[in-house]
Ligand binder design. Structure first.
Ligand SMILES: *Cc1c(COP(=O)(O)O)cnc(C)c1O
Length: 406
């Protein structure tokens, strides 16, 4: 048995399909976001990052940084244990109170990441509900799909944001059968909004629980930055809100916010919550500082939104094809994995604009794209330079024959 041949064949398959992942080494610089260094052949090059999920640059916010440093000086680096065995720091208790307040829920619980929050909560929730059926939007994130797969629940996948399809599926089931609907408020790769109002009406009619991933919206939407539900005044119509501390809040970790009884049940049964070391106090203090800051300051959100509009205006002027959604995510469609990588390489090597290509399985085959997330600190000059570079890269790759792969 030649084990390494098996692995090599799997890797080669990705290379042939043009979706072998290359990780760029990036060194970020405090106070200079979105400027950073890209390290290649042991050389440092100045680049501009256009694909960061540190949407508002909060990972370089002075208050957030100081909060982390002070907390380390006071309490050290690690939490020292699981939540149950000595790792339940006051930082995590305070943060959970802050998150519950942010989402106007009774309680919140924090996980190691947004991925873990989804996977553990969903699998545990579905198993606790026993004879349950789960209704999941077809565009839901990998962590949601994994949580559903880990459970024993029967599942129905509804067409993306399609209320008629959802209702057709849900009404097949008896009223007594437990039901959960899982969807997202902003879909990460298309940047479109889930129909929170429509879906929660269906949930009410058929007595289903609702689970909403607000990962891309927390910090970004609503007056206090608590997400799209806040912006629409729909916080009460969602039973479980899930979020991350790793994107707009600029730190790391994930959470759910819900009723006391649901949080208590998940806390008590979710193995991904129980059997792992609690996040370090410094990270949690920094996350709390970031949340508190963005509750009061909407300067970053406003600038971010302005820059998104500016970018879209420039792209339209130059006829560059993008998905014109209403969110902060600007997907530039290339629709071929090899060309997408090529354009990304040209942008980086010739213009020092860093945008990672997005391939299958993150997006469907044939919809490969460059996902741009303009931040508050990109300037109009940067945006106009990027547009010119994009135009050039599209033109340069126009005549190449990519049809074999597409
Ligand atoms: C990034 C992401 C997650 C996972 O959050 P992390 O904190 O990065 O683990 C969950 N859901 C969606 C939609 C995401 O894009």
């Amino acid at each position: 048995m030649n084990y390494s041949d098996i692995f090599k064949t799997s890797i080669n398959k990705l290379k042939i399909e043009g979706r072998y992942r290359h990780f760029n080494e990036i060194e970020r610089k405090v106070g200079e976001h979105p400027n950073a260094s890209w390290i290649t052949n042991s050389k440092k090059n100045d680049v501009i990052i256009w694909c960061s999920n540190d949407y508002l640059g909060m990972s370089q916010n002075k208050l957030v940084i100081n909060s982390m440093i002070n907390s380390i000086k006071k309490m050290g680096t690690g939490s020292g244990g699981t939540r149950n065995i000595s790792g339940n720091s006051s930082s995590i208790v305070h943060l959970e109170n802050e998150i519950a307040n942010l989402h106007s829920k009774e309680k919140a619980i924090v996980f190691s990441s947004g991925y873990v929050a989804n996977e553990s909560t969903i699998s545990t929730l579905l198993n606790l509900l026993k004879d349950v059926v789960v209704f999941s939007d077809e565009k839901n994130h990998a962590s949601i799909i994994s949580g559903i797969k880990k459970s024993k629940a029967s599942k129905e996948i509804f067409k993306h944001n399609d209320l008629n399809h959802l209702e057709a599926l849900i009404k097949k089931y008896p009223e007594k059968k437990p039901k959960v609907i899982i969807f997202e408020s902003i879909y990460s790769m298309d940047g479109d909004f889930g129909d929170i109002s429509g879906i929660s009406k269906i949930a009410k009619k058929y007595k289903a629980l609702t689970y909403l991933d607000e990962v891309h919206a927390v910090g970004m939407y609503g007056n206090k930055g608590s997400g799209v539900t806040e912006e629409l005044g729909l916080q009460n119509s969602i039973d479980i809100i899930q979020g991350t501390l790793g994107k707009a809040f600029g730190t790391m970790g994930g959470y759910i916010a819900s009723s006391n009884v649901i949080c208590d049940a998940i806390r008590s049964y979710a193995s991904g919550f129980i059997f792992t070391t609690a996040l370090p106090p410094a990270l949690l203090s920094a996350a709390r500082t970031s949340i508190c800051y963005l509750k009061k300051s909407d300067k970053e959100r406003k600038l971010q939104q302005k820059n998104t509009i500016t970018l879209k205006t420039y792209l339209k002027k130059e006829n560059i094809n993008f998905m014109d959604n209403k969110s902060h995510i600007v997907p530039i469609m290339v629709n071929n994995p090899v060309r997408c990588k090529e354009i990304s390489n040209i942008l980086l090597n010739e213009f020092k604009h860093y945008i990672q290509p997005i391939n299958y399985p993150t997006v469907p085959v044939g919809t490969e794209r460059l996902r741009i997330t303009p931040g508050p600190f990109h300037t109009e000059k940067m945006i106009s330079d990027l547009t010119i570079a994009l135009k050039y890269a599209f033109k340069k790759t126009e005549k190449d024959n990519y049809s074999k792969i597409a």
